[in-house]
Design a protein around this ligand. Structure first.
Ligand code: PLP
Length: 407
């Protein structure tokens, strides 16, 4: 294709190839009719929360799905992580990546523990097991891996480090519903895994989360902690718990999602295959490496942008894509150790984290995305590459996109 056939990028006065704005996520929810009857019955009975039958059904079905003994449903993954950490340790340090969403670290702090940020692997952006081993001290209370964008961590290596030191390994699996590691579903690894069912996730219920574990004592403690620390039918509290309960409405949506999750993962993987093939020839755009033993759900589709090779920096591409109706996200930039909230936090030099955070861009991806939408997105990227010098010049003139002019 020539530049004339494409027309100019919108930033230079052309028409967007993507006709209607492409959001970064689009939750795929069941039709109301699918849950209407059960929702009506729940509302008539007055049982909207407090471990109702639909929450219990979701827990049972997910325990079978993950092949674990226990699933504890809670109201969001931040609370799930907080309760889990609280159940594991009264004080100490938690080793985790800084390349994650702030909630991973916030949960550590709210649990009364101290985050210790370590670096990630340069190809998968997940916790570097060697860096974890170096960060262990007598104060280490837990290791928390994050399955970034749905790509599972190097679980075996992390487990080996954890076992060697006798430290619990847990996973922030907020992104990883439906992902697999060595053919086994994420959910059954480490001591426990915490999923997010937030509206932006592949398994959206509004607000919601589950903790999966096969440790019976831990599950019992978590069940107590999510209901103020009060055993069923008692006014007395055994622990200073929180209100971490999932509502029936959210559980009903979850029960419907569960019928389709594996299909949604397959659809996303097909879209990513298509996009990889369509932009494979473009220089300077690098996909997250998919290790051969993992099966990612592609909760997020990320690119690292090499400004020199592509012709536009990540920030310039972000601005230019926006003009072309493609919404992207610099996710996770800045990395958590550079947030004001973590000024003075403990971390070594994190060069890989800094480099990935400075160049990463997440593209729109959702389970119901059409092949034509993915194609239009790829054409937009190809056109921006073809017009990169002019786009750079325009951004420089406008003083936009920070370093856009300098690439
Ligand atoms: C890696 C990670 N951990 C935790 C969370 C928090 O999840 P929730 O919104 O369910 O509290 C998120 C949310 O996006 C996340 O991306």
């Amino acid at each position: 294709m020539t530049q004339t056939e494409w027309g100019k990028p919108a930033l230079l006065g052309g028409q967007p190839i993507v006709e209607a704005p492409l959001p970064i996520v689009r939750p795929l929810l069941p039709p109301l009719a699918a849950i209407q009857e059960r929702l009506d019955a729940a509302m008539q009975s007055g049982q909207l929360t407090n471990g109702g039958r639909h929450v219990q059904a979701l827990e049972a079905q997910l325990a079978a799905y993950f092949a674990v003994a226990h699933v504890v449903a809670v109201n969001n993954a931040t609370i799930g992580l907080l309760l889990l950490l609280r159940a594991l340790a009264a004080d100490g340090e938690v080793i985790l990546p800084s390349f994650t969403y702030a909630a991973s670290a916030h949960a550590v702090v709210w649990a009364g523990l101290r985050p210790v940020f370590v670096d990630i692997l340069p190809d998968t952006y997940t916790l570097d097991p060697a860096a974890v081993a170096r960060a262990i001290t007598p104060r280490t209370a837990a290791i928390m891996g994050v399955h970034i964008y749905g790509h599972p961590c190097e679980i075996d290596d992390l487990q080996e480090v954890a076992d060697h030191h006798g430290i619990p390994l847990i996973f922030d699996a907020a992104h990883a519903m439906g992902s697999r590691y060595r053919q086994q579903r994420v959910g059954g690894f480490g001591l426990a895994e915490v999923f997010s069912f937030h509206a932006t996730k592949i398994f959206p219920v509004g607000e919601g989360s589950v903790i999966a574990t096969s440790d019976t004592q831990l599950a019992q403690k978590l069940r107590l902690l999510r209901v103020f620390g009060s055993p069923p039918g008692e006014e007395n509290t055994l622990l200073p718990g929180l209100n971490g309960k999932m509502q029936e409405f959210n559980a009903l949506i979850g029960l419907e999602n569960l019928k389709n999750i594996d299909r949604y993962v397959t659809q996303r993987r097909a879209l990513v295959d298509q996009m990889r093939a369509e932009i494979a020839h473009l220089p300077g755009l690098h996909f997250q490496t998919q290790r051969p033993h993992v099966y990612s759900n592609y909760q997020n589709l990320s690119l690292l942008v090499d400004a020199g090779a592509f012709g536009l920096s990540r920030d310039a591409l972000f601005v230019a894509l926006r003009a072309d109706n493609v919404h992207t996200r610099r996710y996770f930039h800045p990395p958590v150790h550079r947030h004001d909230a973590y000024a003075g936090s403990e971390h070594a030099h994190l060069p890989v984290t800094d480099r990935v955070a400075d160049t990463v861009l997440c593209l729109p991806i959702y389970s119901q995305m059409q092949a034509q939408e993915a194609h239009a997105l790829c054409l937009t990227l190809r056109r921006l590459h073809a017009f990169a010098p002019a786009v750079r010049e325009r951004l420089r003139a406008e003083g936009a996109a920070g370093s856009a002019g300098g690439c």
